[in-house]
Design a protein around this ligand. Structure first.
Ligand code: DC
Length: 232
């Protein structure tokens, strides 16, 4: 089967990263979590006095230091998780904390940040054989991707999933805080001027509120086989 580009977009905590990662592993593709890249930029801003939870983000200062921010990934190890490196340091855990989550949407709304990361993401797709998840992968990063999926689930289901995920990583969080953060991010992500989160006209919709992970995987693998098979 010829290699294709698979774009998986959707709301935060819709389960798209888990799905995208498992699909990539199953079909031997590279997986790229584009949200992790926005999170790494946000962490850099927090660590360098360019952003704070109290004062928000200094967009001008962040744009000036973009060339100093290097993001790369370590392939999944024994834990099955791909680790994000920020200037060579493993930040996989830090980029998932609430401090980063509360500032990542405003950072992702800065047009220069988006242009910079979109270019890097397009580089990853040069060889095809890639599964990338995010918000604008099927619309802006890879508008010609052969397979596009848009994942949706209710905010309440997504908040419960996020709480579980954070608890499994050892963080204690309040469900109401997580739900509020998800609603705020949905609002910023869907209403920002630059590449807002929306379903590409040619994306398949996966509403996974009531689907188990194995059911979602079957759905994705069937779709992949149908599309990649017809590309030959
Ligand atoms: O998928 P995530 O929750 O880790 O993404 C973190 C944030 O990054 C999210 O609030 C929106 C933003 N993002 C984006 O704007 N474009 C992408 N392609 C991926 C993520």
């Amino acid at each position: 089967m010829s290699k294709i580009i698979i774009a998986i977009d959707g709301f935060s905590s819709s389960g798209k990263s888990t799905m995208a990662r498992s699909l990539a592993k199953r079909i031997g593709y590279v997986y790229v979590d584009s949200g992790a890249m926005y999170r790494a930029v946000t962490l850099y801003a927090l660590n360098n006095g360019i952003a704070s939870v109290e004062n928000g983000v200094d967009a001008g200062a962040l744009v000036r230091v973009l060339p100093n921010i290097e993001i790369s990934f370590l392939p999944a190890g024994e834990d099955g998780v791909q680790h994000t490196l920020l200037n060579g340091v493993d930040v996989e855990r830090e980029i998932r904390d609430m401090r980063v989550s509360s500032l990542v949407s405003p950072v992702a709304a800065i047009p220069e940040v988006r242009k910079h990361l979109t270019r890097l993401q397009q580089e990853y797709g040069r060889q095809k054989g890639i599964v990338m998840d995010g918000r604008d992968i099927g619309t802006t990063v890879f508008p010609d991707a052969e397979m596009k999926v848009f994942v949706n689930a209710s905010p309440e289901v997504r908040a419960r999933r996020r709480v579980l995920e954070l608890e499994q990583k050892g963080s204690r969080v309040d469900y109401e805080d997580v739900l509020k953060n998800i609603r705020e991010r949905d609002h910023i992500d869907t209403t920002r001027k630059e590449s807002p989160l929306c379903r590409a006209a040619d994306a398949y919709l996966l509403d996974n509120d009531k689907m188990t992970i194995p059911e979602q995987m079957d759905w994705l693998v069937n779709l992949y086989q149908k599309i990649a098979g017809s590309e030959n």
